[in-house]
Write a protein that binds this ligand. Structure first.
Ligand SMILES: [Zn+2]
Length: 229
């Protein structure tokens, strides 16, 4: 009897490790961060964008809610011009509140607005901290892997987004090539996510390497691709 008890306690402990490190998971990390999903007060009474949100165990350090990184990423994503109307509503309410509260974030986002021309059309663009954004996408990829496989991914993680233009045009054309490659693989991927107006993802698992590929779609517009292998 005693042996059985010991085995059970080890198993429950294993499930409580942080999705990113070997520390104990003392809090829940929402994937993507909870602030992405509009609160009741910001939406119509008939709407609900918080159905079965995904969570993984997280240590203090790897919980993005403990930093400004999640609101920074949300501000960048919701500023994307191809998103759905919900994104624009979310941007006007939630982000405005965050910007008013956090002067640092205000400096990063608002002061970086620039007018640019793409194919003769004028757009407002924000200059982004690319590394900060890519690191957030990597964390989301690792958390989704943990959620799907119930274990940590310890190999290489790469993240890309086709929706942030680089100053270097050769990187942009490489991203275009990658976009075509991702689109050609969609038939092999399965879709997940119950609040697809805010977030859904397509997944593909490579049986040989145990790796995975995730295509993340925010507000039916902004995309990020996570390659684990
Ligand atoms: Zn951790």
């Amino acid at each position: 009897m005693r042996n059985v008890v010991i085995v059970l306690s080890i198993m429950s402990k294993t499930n409580k490790y942080c999705y990113m490190c070997n520390k104990e998971g003392i809090s829940k990390e929402h994937v993507p961060p909870r602030c992405f999903f509009p609160e009741k007060k910001d939406i119509r009474p008939s709407e609900d964008y918080r159905k079965n949100l995904i969570t993984v165990p997280s240590c203090e350090e790897h919980n993005s809610g403990k930093s400004d990184d999640d609101s920074y990423l949300l501000a960048v994503i919701t500023a994307h011009y191809q998103n759905n109307p919900l994104s624009k509503r979310h941007y006007s309410k939630k982000i405005k509140r965050a910007l008013t509260k956090d002067k640092g974030l205000q400096g990063v986002i608002v002061n970086n607005f620039k007018s640019i021309k793409i194919n003769g059309k004028e757009f407002f663009a924000i200059e982004t901290d690319h590394e900060r954004i890519i690191n957030q996408f990597k964390k989301i990829g690792l958390a989704l892997y943990y959620h799907e496989k119930k274990k940590k991914w310890t190999g290489t993680v790469r993240a890309f987004t086709p929706n942030i233009l680089w100053k270097n045009n050769s990187v942009n054309s490489q991203l275009q090539d990658l976009a075509e490659f991702v689109d050609s693989g969609i038939q092999y991927m399965t879709k997940e996510g119950e609040n697809e107006d805010v977030f859904y993802y397509l997944k593909y698992f490579d049986e040989k390497s145990n790796g995975a590929f995730f295509k993340l779609v925010f507000f039916k517009g902004f995309e990020a691709w996570i390659d684990l292998r």
